[in-house]
Each structure stands twice: as C-alpha cells, then as structure tokens.
Design a binder for this molecule. Structure first.
Ligand SMILES: [Zn+2]
Length: 350
C-alpha cells in the first residue's frame, strides 16, 4: 500500500465535490482505451474510487448521508461514461463514413483491356488473307488415328516421324496429331474437288527447347482442282507472304522432301530484321525459312478417293508460333505459352 497523499473524505459534501473531478476526466477521454482506463479508475469493482469510498462507510460519522453521496457519485460517473461512449461511437461512425466516401475528384481506375494472343492474331490474319483468295477455314480433332495422321499421308510404316521420340501416343493406339495435315485428308474424304481450305490448329511433338515447344501451332493450306500446277503454288505463296510480311519481301523456293507432296520445296523469305543484308537472327544469310510446300502426291489423292489423273493439288504448311515470334520480336517460343500479361499487352498494342 502506498502512503496516503491526503486524508480520505469523511463527509458527504467531500464526496459530492469528487463529481467535478470525474466529469473533467471523462470529458477529456478521446478514445476507447482512455475511456476504459477512466472507468476502471472510478467504478472498477475492486479498486475504483467508488469502491474505496464504499469501504470508508463503516468509519465515517454520517454513514447514511455518506453512503447516499457515494451512490449519487457512482450514478453520475456511470451516466457520464455512457454519454462518452455514445460520443466515441458517433466519432467512429463518422470516420468510417469518411473512409468509405467516394471522392468524385479522383481519377477513374482504368479497366485493363484484353488483347488477342499473338499466335491467334497471326492465325486470324492468315485465315483472312486466304479467305479473300476463296479459301474456307477447316478444322479437325487434335486426337487422331495413325491412319489420318500418317498412313493416308504416305508416311511409310518405318518413317522416323512415327517414332515415339516424336509422337505422343495414347494408350488406345490413337495419337496427338503431329501436324494439321490429317485435316487435309478429312477434307478430301468429305468433299469433292475443286476445294480450297486453310487449316489452323494445335499440334504436338516430343520437343522442348528455346525454339520448340511440345505443343505448337500450324496452319496449312490445300487446293485441289483440275489443272493446278506448281506455278499456282508459287504465285499463291508469293501473294500470301507479301501480304503477311511486306510487298518487298523476297521469296525463294528450295527443293525438299515431304512424304505427302511431290515435288516438295521449302520456302525462304528475305530476313525481315535486316531486309536481306545479313544479321545474327538469319545467321548472316539474309534469308529465313518460313514454310514447306509441294504438289500433293498422287498416292495421297488416290488414297482419299480423288482421281489423280483428273485432279492435281498443292499443299503448304507453316508454324504460326514462328511467324508470331518474327512479327512480334519474341526470342523464346515458351514466352508465347506462359500467359505473361506483359507479352500479351505488348502484342496487343500493335
Ligand atoms: Zn537478318
């Protein structure tokens, strides 16, 4: 126990005078913690001022008058605390309203706009170019049979592309298509010539490095009619590549081999980065390989019930991802499929 600083009150009037002291303390309360401290100091059940006064009753002369004064003080403190509680609650509500209030002078929040994925942009652009040339867009399943993916496309049974190193096989013997070419087969089986289709889609191969992804996108074209010649293929590809890149783009055909075309060629364009002068991207050659093409092999036509003596056709195919990488300057194919918003936004600004 600490020493008493002053003699304890002994008369009812002295108790009444304490009310002013309590009023002043309660009026100064500005938050919940202060309010609670004042409450404990005055009407705390074990050691508040009122408790101390009640304990004095047996020792004062006017026990009845003193006791009544203590009760009045207690009631007054309780009422003042209740009023202070109201005041704090009102202040809290006002603060909440201020926080929630809408400041109409603030600038609006911009809703980020979506952008079309670079590969889809390129795909649509290519489809558009060919639709204007009279082609229709065709699609097919990504899970294919060996017959449509290889056999009818003239892949011999021992062709390396059939190896599990390249192809994802399903347990039931079907596979994830390794190219969009089975849609050519499906089109020829379903429709009679003349036909002209453009076929975009996802394809799958066991490949994963900076330039290859196990899933990638191709677009293929197929034209079958009477009298189609190699020069039609060359003219079509030149018109297409000039639209896709620029009218100044040089186009060069090199002999090549594909099982389903004969003759076959690979097609180069002048490097879009150095315009043919030679740079690191084109390995200083000035040229970039962009697609494969050829005249549809008569055996493929015959396999699909198209008379090779009457009809001829050409086919071509290219990687959409590669075109998107060239067009948008994307160095790594995996960037295309990581859904990084920054890449999508960059491509969307174009
Ligand atoms: Zn170059």
């Amino acid at each position: 126990m600490s020493s008493e600083p002053a003699a304890p009150p002994a008369h009812p009037e002295e108790v009444a005078r304490l009310a002013g002291e309590a009023d002043a303390e309660i009026a100064a309360v500005s938050d919940r913690r202060g309010w609670e401290a004042v409450r404990i100091r005055w009407i705390g059940r074990r050691e508040g001022r009122v408790r101390e006064l009640l304990d004095l009753i047996p020792r004062v002369a006017d026990k009845r008058g003193f006791g009544q004064a203590v009760n009045r003080l207690k009631e007054r403190v309780e009422a003042a605390l209740a009023a202070a509680d109201e005041r704090l609650a009102a202040a809290e509500r006002a603060a909440q309203r201020r926080e929630a209030a809408v400041d109409v002078t603030l600038p609006g929040r911009r809703v980020p706009g979506g952008a079309i994925h670079p590969v889809i942009q390129i795909s649509r652009e290519i489809e558009e170019i060919f639709v204007r040339l009279g082609y229709t867009v065709a699609e097919g399943p990504e899970v294919e049979s060996d017959r449509y993916n290889f056999e009818l496309l003239n892949f011999p049974p021992d062709h390396p592309a059939r190896d599990t190193q390249d192809t994802f096989f399903l347990e039931d013997g079907r596979l994830l298509r390794t190219h969009t070419s089975p849609v050519q087969i499906r089109t020829m089986l379903a429709r009679r010539p003349p036909l002209r289709v453009i076929i975009p889609g996802r394809v799958y191969r066991h490949d994963n490095d900076l330039r290859h992804s196990p899933m990638f996108h191709q677009v293929e074209g197929l034209a079958v009619a009477e009298g189609i010649r190699f020069s039609d293929l060359k003219g079509t590809l030149e018109a297409f590549l000039h639209r896709l890149f620029s009218p100044e783009t040089g186009v060069r055909l090199r002999p090549s081999f594909f099982p389903f075309t004969e003759p076959s060629c690979e097609v180069d364009i002048t490097c879009p980065f150095c315009r043919g002068k030679g740079c690191a991207t084109c390995s200083e050659t000035g040229w970039m390989e962009i697609l494969g093409a050829g005249m549809v092999d008569p055996r493929v036509l015959a396999g699909c019930g198209v008379d090779p003596d009457r009809y001829t056709g050409f086919a071509f195919g290219l990687g959409l991802d590669r075109v998107a990488m060239i067009r948008f300057g994307i160095p790594n194919i995996r960037l295309l499929f990581e859904n990084d918003e920054r890449l999508l936004r960059q491509a969307g600004i174009r």
